[in-house]
Design a protein around this ligand. Structure first.
Ligand SMILES: CC(C)(COP(=O)(O)OP(=O)(O)OC[C@H]1O[C@@H](n2cnc3c(N)ncnc32)[C@H](O)[C@@H]1OP(=O)(O)O)[C@@H](O)C(=O)NCCC(=O)NCCS
Length: 166
């Protein structure tokens, strides 16, 4: 099984929507807004990095990175998510390939770090750690994680793009 990770192209839009919808559908934490969120972010030019996984010419997964929001307007923090893999192909390392490729791009950009809200059991393998004291208001502190890249010790609150809230 050969998986290629590449930047999204305009023609991938429908496949990304469809995979994201089906991947999140069974998730109890999901409100079902993820596919529309990705479209809103793209329309607002806020999708800083969108990578897709391609297998046999078909898109089978996608990960989004947006700018993190800080009080001092620093522009070198990022937020990961949503990320989704074709349900039939999950747990075969496609998600890991997408996330690792995205993190490599953040390192190239000399990003301060990356934040997300998700299952710590999954994201710890990429170096994300839970930082409950730095969780933005309204976010679940036990799921708020940071991957420090350029910074060694995160000390500011990094929030999410306003479009994540509707
Ligand atoms: C989360 C998701 C993107 C991961 O993609 P994936 O291709 O299935 O993940 P990988 O195969 O790269 O996972 C690597 C490892 O993590 C494990 N893993 C996958 N999903 C996991 C989860 N939700 N919780 C804990 N571990 C998980 C895999 O079993 C695998 O373990 P191994 O290395 O011991 O074999 C995918 O499962 C998905 O689309 N889920 C539905 C949408 C979703 O929940 N998105 C994330 C919201 S925060």
């Amino acid at each position: 099984m050969t998986v290629t990770i590449r930047l999204e192209k305009p023609a991938d839009k429908a496949a990304i929507y469809d995979i994201t919808k089906r991947a999140f559908a069974p998730m109890p934490f999901s409100g079902g807004d993820e596919p529309d969120l990705i479209d809103r972010l793209r329309d607002a030019d806020a999708l800083e990095i969108s990578l897709v996984a391609e297998m046999d010419g078909a898109v089978v997964g996608q990960v989004s990175f947006t700018r993190g929001v800080t009080a001092d307007d620093s522009d070198d923090w990022y937020a990961l998510g949503p990320v989704a893999v074709e349900p039939e192909l999950q747990k075969q390392h496609v998600g890991s390939a997408l996330i690792n490729a995205g993190i490599a791009m953040l390192r190239e950009r000399r990003a301060a770090g990356c934040v997300l809200v998700g299952n710590p059991e999954y994201y710890k393998r990429f170096g994300f750690r839970v930082f409950p004291k730095l969780a933005p208001e309204g976010e679940p502190a036990e799921y708020y994680q940071i991957l420090p890249l350029r910074v060694e010790q995160p000390d500011i609150v990094v929030g999410f793009h306003p479009l994540f809230y509707g």
